[in-house]
Design a binder for this molecule. Structure first.
Ligand SMILES: C[S@@+](CC[C@H](N)C(=O)[O-])C[C@H]1O[C@@H](n2cnc3c(N)ncnc32)[C@H](O)[C@@H]1O
Length: 189
């Protein structure tokens, strides 16, 4: 599995502790973060989500947690994930969610104050972005992790019948009303 924007390797440590047969790899833009992740005992590589230093169809699972809102060109990052993911693999994205008021306020502030912060997405925007990038979204849930703060997690696979890498929407979903999509989990906002 690949963890993009692995930071200090907290998730990688958990994965390896849970299942030591997994070959886990972390990639991050920040060499400082990777230095702190070293004790996770997994392969760590400096690199950008938007230009991943791996061959096509390398990983069964790609995870990215609290990193997506830093990516300058999220669609390019998703195209790269699609390229390095095996045909039957899964992508899991966890990030801040624009459907929560606290995230929205923080997003507006950080876009003004922090050059590294790009933007956050609502669940429906994330769903749309994933589908435009050639993913079939299995589910996307928004949830609170404290009384204030909310996240979303999307689980997706490469759209069947479109393994070519061109990331076009499939016809089944092109005209769908995304707000009424049953894959979008309920949440308290
Ligand atoms: C808030 S930290 C999250 C770290 C870790 N995933 C976690 O959940 O604890 C965000 C990480 O994403 C990395 N990052 C930001 N933009 C990136 C990009 N384009 N490619 C790879 N890593 C990136 C940052 O360097 C940082 O380590």
């Amino acid at each position: 599995m690949l963890d993009i924007g692995c930071g200090t390797g907290a998730l990688l440590r958990e994965v390896v502790a849970e299942e030591n047969r997994v070959t886990a790899v972390g990639v991050d833009l920040s060499l400082g973060m990777l230095a702190r992740a070293r004790s996770a005992g997994v392969s760590l590589i400096g690199g950008d989500a938007e230009s991943l230093p791996f061959r096509e169809a390398t990983f069964d699972t790609v995870i990215t947690s609290s990193s997506f809102h830093f990516w300058r060109h999220p669609q390019q990052g998703l195209a790269e994930i699609r390229r390095v993911l095996r045909g039957d693999g899964q992508l899991v994205i966890t990030d801040w969610c624009d459907d929560f008021v606290a995230c929205r306020v923080c997003n507006a502030y950080l876009r003004w104050r922090d050059a590294s912060h790009q933007r956050i997405f609502s669940k429906s925007e994330c769903l749309d972005l994933l589908e435009r990038s050639g993913f079939n979204v299995l589910r996307i849930d928004g949830y609170k992790i404290s009384w204030l703060w909310g996240l979303m997690t999307a689980v997706a696979e490469i759209t069947r019948g479109d393994q070519s890498g061109n990331g076009k929407r499939d016809d089944q979903h092109g005209d769908r009303e995304i707000e009424n999509d049953s894959r979008i989990g309920a949440q308290s906002v």
